[in-house]
Write a protein that binds this ligand. Structure first.
Ligand code: CAA
Length: 593
């Protein structure tokens, strides 16, 4: 029988502490909330009021429930008010000296069977626990922001934690409607250890002016279905907390990918801490507001100052999944489309697939019969490259093999009318290699679509050092007309999405390899803690382990970052032919399900 925690203290009522108090009180637990002074308590009441108002607006709570919830939270500035709490959770700033001093005080004031918990994300729980007289009754309870919304709580134990205490707090986590994952004491636990390398990488990408903050965030939202882009998420977490978490992770891992990006330090020093201070990487309508308002860095007007070339006819080369999707999207948007296949059977195959997809849209009421017929009438298949001669834009979506692509661009150079824009959908090869295979490198550009092209909104637009501005403008206009969201980035491995996503996936494999957490725990932590549509292992099994490995190798070759060396386990699985869903087995076994 788990110990009941009917009265719980929360020390520090910032974003996280107030959120934790709300979750506990919502489930009938009496909460004693402590802050340093009255202004801080006022801010905490403000947090509680706006969060619960949001819940009411969204139909998650009634006004009566909010009144009862708030009635269960008493607040004050004196730690002795915690004396009859069975559990005290601290959520004060992420600094060892601050937390250790608080734990020393709580240890002195509270009965010896009171359980002490810390919401630390990265600091050593063992150090905090052994600094008290009750190390076996100290645990980590790591919540995710916003605590009332995110389902995950990491329950952290040390080598001296009493297993029954872990069980008891685990039962409380379940009782307040959250799902606990048990983790050992390692900087970042499961979710942050994977998340923060990715977030730091995004700041470095932004700092290097490789892409704008808006484009980096849009790329991860529209390309991976994340609820927020990494830079907006950092503003939500707080840049000061992020900085401290990265510092601690770096101190433990000595992996310089965890060394906080210098830009992060500059924001923190300048007091631009994210949403909570009204300004961070973005600017907000006010302190603690989630509404982004324009600032000096907000792009005004079009990303390129050039007149697009007129496009009425688009050529597509290839018959794979990407090519087929692109053909459908372009034809649906009113363009005349000519596609080139390597044989008549493939021409017929593409037509059949596009017909099937349009039929489905008609059945679902998303398309009328007339639009279906008009779309199909705009599509012509051919086996001759010559038939693409008068296309205003050609999109190449053939196999990801540089020799094949270079030969194709050489052939296009011979065939295409002057001024035609030549685009490659490569996701990992240098666009400049395709450009220099022609005598018109100014007309060549990268246009990286996401699979399935009919659904995913993102297109990474990649000018090389030789691409003419009007060529970029032309591609941006095509994106607008096909209702895609373009992001601009330079011609380097992985562009935005793959460069940020795959090192994170590789890190997940390394965490598994280190036996720190299971596949299910890691996938669960990232979906429930960060709102990702899929956990890293589920995603790799869909993408294909061979594709994952190839992309990770390309990134490693380009950036020579030791931490990005492909995980040996990934190499072994690929060698064994366990490539993911397509072979029935990858990280998980699909054949047996
Ligand atoms: N109580 C209960 N539910 C609430 C609520 C409350 N107080 N406030 C909002 N909700 C619900 C809403 O009803 C809504 O639910 P439905 O989708 O079922 O309608 C949901 O929460 C989302 O709320 P909103 O629609 O108001 O907001 P949104 O759609 O703009 O989402 C977000 C906002 C939840 C922050 C989302 O963008 C998201 O999930 N972002 C990722 C957050 C993330 O990654 N957090 C982890 C950061 S790492 C961390 O925290 C650990 C660390 O140590 C730093």
């Amino acid at each position: 029988m788990a110990r009941e925690f009917s009265k719980v203290g929360v020390v520090g009522l910032g974003t996280m502490g107030a959120g934790i108090a709300e979750v506990l009180a919502r489930s009938g637990v009496d909460v004693v909330g402590i802050e340093v002074d009255e202004p801080a308590l006022d801010r905490a009441r403000g947090h509680l009021a706006s969060s619960t108002a949001r819940a009411v607006k969204k139909g998650k709570l009634t006004e009566d429930e909010v009144t009862a919830l708030l009635g269960r939270i008493s607040t004050g500035t004196d730690l002795s008010a915690l004396s009859d709490c069975q559990l005290v959770i601290e959520a004060v700033p992420e600094r060892m000296d601050v937390k250790a001093a608080l734990f020393a005080e709580l240890d002195r004031l509270l009965p010896e069977d009171t359980v002490l918990a810390t919401n630390t994300s990265a600091l050593s729980l063992t150090e905090l626990a052994t600094g008290t007289s009750r190390p076996s009754r100290v645990v980590g309870l790591h919540w995710f922001n916003p605590a009332p919304v995110m389902d995950l709580v990491e329950v952290v134990r040390t080598v001296v934690t009493d297993p029954s205490v872990v069980e008891d707090v685990g039962a409380l986590v379940a009782a307040v409607g959250k799902t606990g994952v048990i983790a050992g004491d390692r900087a970042g636990f499961i979710a942050n250890a994977l998340l923060f390398g990715y977030l730091n990488n995004a700041v470095k990408m932004y700092e290097s002016k490789y892409a704008s903050r808006e484009d980096i965030d849009a790329a991860m939202r529209f390309g991976c279905g994340h609820p927020m882009g990494p830079l907006a998420l950092l503003d939500l977490i707080g840049l000061d907390s992020a900085y401290e978490i990265l510092e601690t992770m770096y101190a433990q891992s000595r992996d310089h990918r965890h060394a906080p990006a210098p830009l992060l330090k500059q924001y923190v020093t300048a007091g631009l801490l994210g949403r909570k201070s009204g300004r961070g990487i973005y600017t907000y309508a006010g302190d603690s507001s989630s509404e982004v308002v324009p600032d000096a860095l907000t792009p005004a007007g079009s990303a390129v100052d050039a007149t697009p070339r007129a496009v009425t006819k688009i050529g597509v080369i290839g018959t794979g999944t990407m090519a087929t999707g692109i053909i459908e999207v372009c034809a649906k948007s009113g363009y005349e489309v000519v596609f080139r296949a390597r044989g008549e059977d493939k021409v017929a195959g593409v037509r059949k697939k596009v017909e099937g997809s349009l039929d489905k849209a008609v059945q679902r009421g998303k398309l009328t019969e007339d639009v279906r017929a008009e779309t199909l009438a705009r599509i012509t298949g051919t086996t001759e490259l010559d038939d693409l001669r008068d296309c205003d834009l050609v999109i190449e979506a053939v196999v990801e093999d540089l020799a094949v692509k270079k030969a194709l661009f050489g052939a296009l150079d011979d065939v295409m009318k002057p001024g035609s824009v030549l685009a490659t959908t490569t996701s990992s090869l240098p666009v400049i290699e395709c450009a220099t295979a022609t005598s018109r490198p100014q007309d060549v550009v990268g246009m990286h679509w996401f699979n399935p092209a009919t659904v995913m909104k993102l297109v990474e637009v990649v000018p090389t050092v030789t691409t003419a501005p009007e060529v970029v403008a032309t591609v941006l206009e095509i994106c607008a007309k096909t209702k895609k969201h373009p992001v601009l980035c330079g011609d380097r491995a992985g562009f935005i999405v793959n460069a940020l996503l795959f090192p994170y996936l590789n890190d997940a494999v390394k965490m598994l390899e280190a036996h720190y957490a299971t596949i299910d725990d890691i996938d669960f932590a990232m979906t429930k803690g960060c709102g990702h549509p899929m956990g890293p292992f589920a995603l790799m099994d869909v993408v294909g382990l061979d594709v994952t490995l190839a992309i990770q190798r390309t990134l490693f070759d380009e950036f020579r970052e030791p931490g990005d060396a492909p995980a040996p386990m990934l190499e072994h699985l690929v060698k064994a032919g366990y490539l993911g869903r397509k072979t029935g087995r990858g990280f998980r076994d699909y054949a047996k399900r």
